[in-house]
Design a protein around this ligand. Structure first.
Ligand code: NAP
Length: 356
Protein backbone atom coordinates (compact mmCIF):
# COMPACT_ATOMS: atom_id res chain seq x y z
CA UNK A 1 0.00 0.00 0.00
CA UNK A 2 1.61 3.28 -1.10
CA UNK A 3 0.63 6.76 0.09
CA UNK A 4 1.86 9.31 -2.42
CA UNK A 5 2.90 12.85 -1.46
CA UNK A 6 0.77 14.94 -3.82
CA UNK A 7 3.34 17.76 -3.84
CA UNK A 8 6.13 15.53 -5.19
CA UNK A 9 6.62 15.50 -8.97
CA UNK A 10 4.93 12.72 -10.94
CA UNK A 11 6.67 11.16 -13.93
CA UNK A 12 4.83 10.17 -17.11
CA UNK A 13 6.65 8.18 -19.82
CA UNK A 14 5.44 8.64 -23.40
CA UNK A 15 3.82 11.94 -22.42
CA UNK A 16 3.26 12.89 -26.08
CA UNK A 17 1.02 9.84 -26.62
CA UNK A 18 -2.75 9.66 -27.02
CA UNK A 19 -3.44 7.88 -23.72
CA UNK A 20 -0.89 9.95 -21.80
CA UNK A 21 -2.31 13.26 -23.07
CA UNK A 22 -5.46 13.11 -20.96
CA UNK A 23 -3.52 11.75 -18.00
CA UNK A 24 -1.13 14.72 -18.15
CA UNK A 25 -4.16 17.04 -18.38
CA UNK A 26 -5.74 15.41 -15.34
CA UNK A 27 -2.52 15.77 -13.37
CA UNK A 28 -2.05 19.42 -14.40
CA UNK A 29 -5.68 20.29 -13.65
CA UNK A 30 -5.26 18.83 -10.16
CA UNK A 31 -2.15 20.89 -9.48
CA UNK A 32 0.62 18.30 -9.87
CA UNK A 33 4.16 18.86 -11.08
CA UNK A 34 4.53 16.64 -14.14
CA UNK A 35 7.88 15.29 -15.25
CA UNK A 36 7.13 14.48 -18.87
CA UNK A 37 9.57 11.98 -20.39
CA UNK A 38 9.56 12.37 -24.17
CA UNK A 39 11.81 11.27 -26.98
CA UNK A 40 12.29 14.75 -28.38
CA UNK A 41 11.84 17.72 -26.01
CA UNK A 42 12.78 20.04 -28.91
CA UNK A 43 9.75 19.01 -30.98
CA UNK A 44 7.63 22.12 -30.42
CA UNK A 45 4.92 20.93 -32.79
CA UNK A 46 4.31 17.77 -30.78
CA UNK A 47 4.58 19.48 -27.38
CA UNK A 48 2.30 22.42 -28.21
CA UNK A 49 -0.81 20.59 -26.92
CA UNK A 50 0.75 19.78 -23.56
CA UNK A 51 2.14 23.31 -23.28
CA UNK A 52 -1.34 24.73 -23.90
CA UNK A 53 -2.79 22.51 -21.17
CA UNK A 54 -0.11 23.57 -18.71
CA UNK A 55 -0.58 27.26 -19.51
CA UNK A 56 -4.12 27.26 -18.15
CA UNK A 57 -3.72 24.79 -15.28
CA UNK A 58 -2.63 25.02 -11.64
CA UNK A 59 0.00 22.33 -12.18
CA UNK A 60 3.26 22.61 -14.12
CA UNK A 61 5.20 20.54 -16.64
CA UNK A 62 8.91 19.92 -17.26
CA UNK A 63 10.23 17.91 -20.19
CA UNK A 64 13.01 15.34 -20.03
CA UNK A 65 14.62 13.53 -22.94
CA UNK A 66 14.35 9.76 -22.62
CA UNK A 67 14.09 6.69 -24.83
CA UNK A 68 12.84 3.25 -23.86
CA UNK A 69 15.83 1.67 -25.58
CA UNK A 70 18.46 3.81 -23.83
CA UNK A 71 19.44 2.45 -20.47
CA UNK A 72 19.58 5.11 -17.75
CA UNK A 73 17.82 7.72 -19.85
CA UNK A 74 14.89 8.07 -17.38
CA UNK A 75 17.16 8.97 -14.43
CA UNK A 76 16.74 12.76 -14.54
CA UNK A 77 12.98 12.60 -15.16
CA UNK A 78 12.45 10.21 -12.26
CA UNK A 79 14.52 12.05 -9.67
CA UNK A 80 12.38 13.05 -6.66
CA UNK A 81 9.24 11.31 -8.00
CA UNK A 82 7.18 9.01 -5.80
CA UNK A 83 4.72 8.01 -8.53
CA UNK A 84 5.62 6.85 -12.04
CA UNK A 85 3.15 6.35 -14.87
CA UNK A 86 4.73 4.18 -17.56
CA UNK A 87 2.54 4.58 -20.64
CA UNK A 88 5.18 4.58 -23.41
CA UNK A 89 5.00 1.62 -25.78
CA UNK A 90 4.44 1.50 -29.53
CA UNK A 91 0.80 0.89 -30.50
CA UNK A 92 0.63 0.06 -34.17
CA UNK A 93 -0.24 -2.99 -36.21
CA UNK A 94 1.75 -1.93 -39.29
CA UNK A 95 5.24 -3.21 -38.62
CA UNK A 96 7.83 -4.97 -40.74
CA UNK A 97 10.00 -6.21 -37.86
CA UNK A 98 7.76 -6.94 -34.84
CA UNK A 99 10.68 -7.75 -32.54
CA UNK A 100 12.49 -4.49 -33.20
CA UNK A 101 9.44 -2.25 -33.57
CA UNK A 102 7.07 -3.66 -30.91
CA UNK A 103 8.50 -6.31 -28.62
CA UNK A 104 11.87 -4.80 -27.72
CA UNK A 105 10.59 -1.31 -26.84
CA UNK A 106 7.69 -2.81 -24.88
CA UNK A 107 9.61 -5.44 -22.91
CA UNK A 108 13.13 -4.00 -22.66
CA UNK A 109 11.65 -0.52 -22.28
CA UNK A 110 9.58 -1.64 -19.30
CA UNK A 111 12.64 -3.24 -17.72
CA UNK A 112 14.61 -0.04 -18.36
CA UNK A 113 11.98 2.17 -16.65
CA UNK A 114 11.54 -0.21 -13.71
CA UNK A 115 15.28 -0.66 -13.16
CA UNK A 116 15.43 3.10 -12.95
CA UNK A 117 12.69 2.91 -10.29
CA UNK A 118 14.95 0.48 -8.40
CA UNK A 119 17.76 3.03 -8.61
CA UNK A 120 15.60 6.01 -7.53
CA UNK A 121 14.97 5.97 -3.76
CA UNK A 122 11.94 8.30 -3.86
CA UNK A 123 9.76 5.93 -5.96
CA UNK A 124 6.85 4.35 -4.07
CA UNK A 125 4.48 3.24 -6.86
CA UNK A 126 4.66 2.49 -10.56
CA UNK A 127 1.50 2.34 -12.68
CA UNK A 128 2.10 0.51 -15.94
CA UNK A 129 -0.29 1.01 -18.84
CA UNK A 130 -0.71 -2.57 -19.92
CA UNK A 131 -3.66 -3.67 -22.05
CA UNK A 132 -6.49 -6.16 -22.34
CA UNK A 133 -4.12 -7.52 -25.00
CA UNK A 134 -2.10 -8.94 -22.11
CA UNK A 135 -5.25 -10.81 -21.00
CA UNK A 136 -6.43 -12.25 -24.34
CA UNK A 137 -4.93 -12.66 -27.78
CA UNK A 138 -7.93 -13.66 -29.90
CA UNK A 139 -11.67 -13.53 -29.31
CA UNK A 140 -11.64 -17.35 -29.51
CA UNK A 141 -9.75 -17.30 -26.17
CA UNK A 142 -13.05 -16.32 -24.51
CA UNK A 143 -14.23 -19.90 -24.91
CA UNK A 144 -11.32 -21.11 -22.79
CA UNK A 145 -12.12 -18.83 -19.83
CA UNK A 146 -13.71 -20.47 -16.76
CA UNK A 147 -16.82 -18.24 -16.79
CA UNK A 148 -17.01 -17.04 -20.40
CA UNK A 149 -15.59 -13.63 -19.51
CA UNK A 150 -12.10 -12.10 -19.45
CA UNK A 151 -10.93 -11.20 -15.92
CA UNK A 152 -7.75 -9.94 -14.27
CA UNK A 153 -6.89 -13.57 -13.43
CA UNK A 154 -6.38 -14.44 -17.08
CA UNK A 155 -3.23 -14.04 -19.17
CA UNK A 156 -2.78 -14.02 -22.92
CA UNK A 157 -1.19 -17.34 -23.90
CA UNK A 158 -2.12 -17.39 -27.58
CA UNK A 159 -0.06 -14.55 -29.08
CA UNK A 160 3.46 -14.85 -30.49
CA UNK A 161 5.96 -12.95 -32.63
CA UNK A 162 4.20 -14.33 -35.72
CA UNK A 163 0.59 -14.08 -34.54
CA UNK A 164 -0.79 -10.87 -32.93
CA UNK A 165 2.70 -9.43 -32.18
CA UNK A 166 1.34 -6.24 -30.57
CA UNK A 167 -0.63 -8.32 -28.05
CA UNK A 168 2.46 -10.43 -27.50
CA UNK A 169 4.54 -7.30 -26.83
CA UNK A 170 2.06 -6.10 -24.19
CA UNK A 171 1.96 -9.54 -22.55
CA UNK A 172 5.74 -9.78 -22.33
CA UNK A 173 6.00 -6.19 -21.05
CA UNK A 174 3.47 -6.71 -18.27
CA UNK A 175 5.05 -10.03 -17.24
CA UNK A 176 8.41 -8.25 -17.13
CA UNK A 177 6.92 -5.54 -14.93
CA UNK A 178 5.57 -8.04 -12.38
CA UNK A 179 8.89 -9.86 -12.40
CA UNK A 180 10.99 -6.74 -11.72
CA UNK A 181 8.51 -5.60 -9.06
CA UNK A 182 8.68 -8.98 -7.33
CA UNK A 183 12.43 -8.66 -6.87
CA UNK A 184 12.12 -5.72 -4.45
CA UNK A 185 9.80 -4.29 -1.77
CA UNK A 186 10.15 -0.47 -1.86
CA UNK A 187 7.64 0.30 -4.63
CA UNK A 188 4.43 -1.41 -5.59
CA UNK A 189 3.07 -2.02 -9.07
CA UNK A 190 -0.45 -1.42 -10.33
CA UNK A 191 -1.37 -2.20 -13.92
CA UNK A 192 -4.15 -0.59 -15.91
CA UNK A 193 -5.41 -2.93 -18.66
CA UNK A 194 -7.54 -0.93 -21.10
CA UNK A 195 -9.51 -2.32 -24.03
CA UNK A 196 -9.55 -0.35 -27.29
CA UNK A 197 -9.23 3.33 -26.41
CA UNK A 198 -11.45 5.82 -28.25
CA UNK A 199 -12.46 9.46 -27.81
CA UNK A 200 -10.98 12.84 -28.76
CA UNK A 201 -7.25 13.30 -28.27
CA UNK A 202 -5.51 16.17 -26.53
CA UNK A 203 -3.49 16.17 -29.76
CA UNK A 204 -6.16 16.04 -32.50
CA UNK A 205 -3.68 14.53 -34.96
CA UNK A 206 -2.57 11.57 -32.87
CA UNK A 207 -0.73 8.67 -34.45
CA UNK A 208 -2.01 5.93 -32.13
CA UNK A 209 -3.73 3.03 -33.89
CA UNK A 210 -6.96 4.24 -32.21
CA UNK A 211 -7.06 7.15 -34.69
CA UNK A 212 -6.55 4.88 -37.69
CA UNK A 213 -9.42 2.61 -36.65
CA UNK A 214 -12.03 5.37 -36.34
CA UNK A 215 -10.69 7.12 -39.45
CA UNK A 216 -11.58 4.09 -41.59
CA UNK A 217 -15.24 4.51 -40.59
CA UNK A 218 -15.37 7.92 -42.28
CA UNK A 219 -12.85 7.90 -45.12
CA UNK A 220 -14.55 5.27 -47.27
CA UNK A 221 -12.16 2.38 -46.47
CA UNK A 222 -15.04 0.37 -44.96
CA UNK A 223 -17.68 1.54 -47.42
CA UNK A 224 -18.32 -2.03 -48.64
CA UNK A 225 -18.96 -3.20 -45.08
CA UNK A 226 -17.37 -4.03 -41.78
CA UNK A 227 -16.77 -7.45 -40.21
CA UNK A 228 -18.63 -8.46 -37.09
CA UNK A 229 -15.91 -8.86 -34.44
CA UNK A 230 -16.28 -8.45 -30.68
CA UNK A 231 -14.12 -5.92 -28.86
CA UNK A 232 -14.09 -3.77 -25.76
CA UNK A 233 -14.04 0.03 -25.82
CA UNK A 234 -13.06 2.63 -23.24
CA UNK A 235 -13.05 6.42 -23.45
CA UNK A 236 -9.59 8.00 -23.27
CA UNK A 237 -10.85 10.45 -20.61
CA UNK A 238 -12.24 7.67 -18.42
CA UNK A 239 -8.93 5.87 -18.84
CA UNK A 240 -7.04 8.94 -17.59
CA UNK A 241 -9.18 8.94 -14.45
CA UNK A 242 -8.48 5.22 -14.01
CA UNK A 243 -4.73 5.88 -14.20
CA UNK A 244 -5.01 8.73 -11.72
CA UNK A 245 -6.88 6.62 -9.16
CA UNK A 246 -4.59 3.63 -9.73
CA UNK A 247 -1.72 5.97 -8.90
CA UNK A 248 -3.01 7.91 -5.92
CA UNK A 249 -5.42 5.52 -4.19
CA UNK A 250 -3.25 3.86 -1.52
CA UNK A 251 -5.27 0.63 -1.63
CA UNK A 252 -5.06 0.17 -5.42
CA UNK A 253 -3.50 -3.20 -6.10
CA UNK A 254 -2.82 -5.65 -8.91
CA UNK A 255 -4.29 -5.50 -12.41
CA UNK A 256 -7.37 -3.49 -13.41
CA UNK A 257 -9.38 -4.16 -16.55
CA UNK A 258 -10.48 -0.70 -17.71
CA UNK A 259 -13.15 -1.20 -20.35
CA UNK A 260 -16.46 0.63 -20.51
CA UNK A 261 -18.31 -1.44 -23.09
CA UNK A 262 -18.42 -4.95 -24.51
CA UNK A 263 -19.01 -4.07 -28.14
CA UNK A 264 -18.33 -5.13 -31.70
CA UNK A 265 -16.44 -3.52 -34.58
CA UNK A 266 -19.59 -3.51 -36.71
CA UNK A 267 -21.61 -1.83 -33.94
CA UNK A 268 -19.19 1.11 -33.74
CA UNK A 269 -20.79 2.25 -37.00
CA UNK A 270 -24.27 2.62 -35.46
CA UNK A 271 -23.91 5.95 -33.57
CA UNK A 272 -21.68 7.31 -36.34
CA UNK A 273 -24.27 6.44 -38.99
CA UNK A 274 -27.02 8.13 -37.00
CA UNK A 275 -25.07 11.39 -36.71
CA UNK A 276 -22.94 11.46 -39.87
CA UNK A 277 -24.48 8.93 -42.27
CA UNK A 278 -25.85 11.66 -44.56
CA UNK A 279 -22.42 13.29 -45.03
CA UNK A 280 -19.78 10.57 -44.77
CA UNK A 281 -19.49 7.01 -46.13
CA UNK A 282 -20.13 5.30 -42.77
CA UNK A 283 -20.51 1.54 -43.37
CA UNK A 284 -24.09 0.25 -43.50
CA UNK A 285 -23.41 -3.47 -44.07
CA UNK A 286 -21.62 -6.23 -42.19
CA UNK A 287 -19.33 -8.52 -44.16
CA UNK A 288 -19.77 -12.29 -43.88
CA UNK A 289 -16.87 -14.15 -42.27
CA UNK A 290 -16.13 -16.27 -45.36
CA UNK A 291 -15.67 -13.14 -47.44
CA UNK A 292 -13.36 -11.50 -44.88
CA UNK A 293 -11.39 -14.77 -44.70
CA UNK A 294 -11.05 -14.88 -48.48
CA UNK A 295 -10.41 -11.24 -49.34
CA UNK A 296 -9.23 -9.59 -46.09
CA UNK A 297 -5.61 -10.82 -46.20
CA UNK A 298 -5.31 -9.68 -49.83
CA UNK A 299 -6.44 -6.14 -48.98
CA UNK A 300 -4.67 -5.75 -45.64
CA UNK A 301 -1.23 -7.27 -45.20
CA UNK A 302 -1.56 -7.19 -41.39
CA UNK A 303 -4.63 -9.47 -41.52
CA UNK A 304 -4.03 -13.22 -41.67
CA UNK A 305 -6.53 -16.04 -42.24
CA UNK A 306 -5.72 -17.28 -38.72
CA UNK A 307 -6.67 -13.87 -37.31
CA UNK A 308 -9.94 -13.91 -39.21
CA UNK A 309 -10.77 -17.45 -38.10
CA UNK A 310 -10.10 -16.73 -34.42
CA UNK A 311 -11.72 -13.28 -34.18
CA UNK A 312 -14.34 -12.50 -36.81
CA UNK A 313 -17.88 -13.44 -35.79
CA UNK A 314 -16.82 -14.10 -32.21
CA UNK A 315 -17.92 -12.06 -29.17
CA UNK A 316 -15.77 -10.29 -26.57
CA UNK A 317 -16.69 -9.91 -22.91
CA UNK A 318 -14.71 -8.52 -19.99
CA UNK A 319 -15.48 -8.12 -16.31
CA UNK A 320 -14.74 -4.51 -15.27
CA UNK A 321 -16.16 -4.90 -11.75
CA UNK A 322 -12.81 -4.79 -9.91
CA UNK A 323 -12.10 -1.27 -11.16
CA UNK A 324 -15.67 -0.12 -10.46
CA UNK A 325 -15.55 -1.55 -6.94
CA UNK A 326 -12.00 -0.70 -5.83
CA UNK A 327 -11.31 2.50 -7.80
CA UNK A 328 -14.91 3.74 -8.14
CA UNK A 329 -14.62 3.90 -11.93
CA UNK A 330 -17.57 4.78 -14.13
CA UNK A 331 -17.80 5.08 -17.90
CA UNK A 332 -19.17 7.47 -20.51
CA UNK A 333 -21.62 6.15 -23.09
CA UNK A 334 -20.17 4.60 -26.24
CA UNK A 335 -22.17 7.07 -28.35
CA UNK A 336 -20.60 10.08 -26.64
CA UNK A 337 -17.10 8.66 -27.05
CA UNK A 338 -17.43 7.77 -30.72
CA UNK A 339 -19.31 10.86 -31.86
CA UNK A 340 -16.92 13.24 -30.09
CA UNK A 341 -13.91 11.37 -31.53
CA UNK A 342 -15.35 11.45 -35.05
CA UNK A 343 -16.33 15.11 -34.68
CA UNK A 344 -12.75 16.00 -33.74
CA UNK A 345 -11.62 14.44 -37.02
CA UNK A 346 -14.35 16.28 -38.93
CA UNK A 347 -13.20 19.56 -37.37
CA UNK A 348 -9.62 18.85 -38.45
CA UNK A 349 -10.53 18.06 -42.06
CA UNK A 350 -9.53 14.38 -41.84
CA UNK A 351 -12.45 13.29 -44.02
CA UNK A 352 -12.63 16.23 -46.41
CA UNK A 353 -11.69 14.12 -49.44
CA UNK A 354 -14.28 11.47 -48.54
CA UNK A 355 -17.24 13.84 -48.02
CA UNK A 356 -20.28 12.82 -50.09
P1 NAP B 1 0.64 6.48 -28.91
O1 NAP B 1 -0.16 7.70 -29.03
O2 NAP B 1 1.34 5.96 -30.11
O3 NAP B 1 1.67 6.68 -27.72
C1 NAP B 1 2.81 5.89 -27.59
C2 NAP B 1 3.84 6.68 -26.80
O4 NAP B 1 4.99 5.84 -26.61
C3 NAP B 1 4.31 7.93 -27.53
O5 NAP B 1 4.42 8.97 -26.61
C4 NAP B 1 5.67 7.54 -28.05
O6 NAP B 1 6.57 8.63 -28.15
C5 NAP B 1 6.13 6.60 -26.96
N1 NAP B 1 7.20 5.74 -27.44
C6 NAP B 1 7.16 4.80 -28.43
N2 NAP B 1 8.37 4.25 -28.59
C7 NAP B 1 9.20 4.86 -27.70
C8 NAP B 1 10.57 4.73 -27.37
N3 NAP B 1 11.37 3.88 -28.02
N4 NAP B 1 11.08 5.51 -26.39
C9 NAP B 1 10.28 6.40 -25.74
N5 NAP B 1 8.97 6.57 -25.98
C10 NAP B 1 8.45 5.80 -26.96
O7 NAP B 1 -0.24 5.24 -28.41
P2 NAP B 1 -1.32 5.16 -27.24
O8 NAP B 1 -2.54 4.58 -27.85
O9 NAP B 1 -1.41 6.44 -26.50
O10 NAP B 1 -0.67 4.06 -26.31
C11 NAP B 1 -0.14 4.39 -25.03
C12 NAP B 1 -0.13 3.16 -24.17
O11 NAP B 1 -1.47 2.66 -24.02
C13 NAP B 1 0.68 2.00 -24.74
O12 NAP B 1 1.33 1.35 -23.68
C14 NAP B 1 -0.38 1.10 -25.36
O13 NAP B 1 0.05 -0.23 -25.46
C15 NAP B 1 -1.49 1.29 -24.32
N6 NAP B 1 -2.83 0.91 -24.81
C16 NAP B 1 -3.40 1.62 -25.82
C17 NAP B 1 -4.66 1.25 -26.27
C18 NAP B 1 -5.36 2.00 -27.38
O14 NAP B 1 -6.41 1.54 -27.85
N7 NAP B 1 -4.86 3.16 -27.81
C19 NAP B 1 -5.33 0.17 -25.68
C20 NAP B 1 -4.70 -0.52 -24.64
C21 NAP B 1 -3.45 -0.13 -24.21
P3 NAP B 1 6.72 9.55 -29.45
O15 NAP B 1 5.65 10.60 -29.35
O16 NAP B 1 8.08 10.10 -29.35
O17 NAP B 1 6.52 8.65 -30.64
Amino acid sequence: MATIDTTAPVMVTGATGYVAGWLVKTLLDRGHIVHAAVRDPENGEKLQYLNALAAGAPGSIRYFKADLMESGSYADAMEGCELIFHTASPFTTHVTDPVKELIDPAKLGTRNVLEQANATPSVKRVVVTSSCAAIYGDNADLQKTPDGVFTEEIWNTSSSVEHQPYSYSKTLAEREAWEVCGEQERWDLVTVNPSLVMGPGVNPCGTSESFNIIKRFGDGTLKAGVPRMGLGVVDVRDLAEAHYRAGFKPTATGRYIVSGHDSDLADLAIPLRETYGDRYPIPTRTLPKWLVWLVGPLLDKTMTRKMVSLNVGLPWRADNSKGRRELGLSYRSLEETLVEFFQQMVDHGVFDAAKS
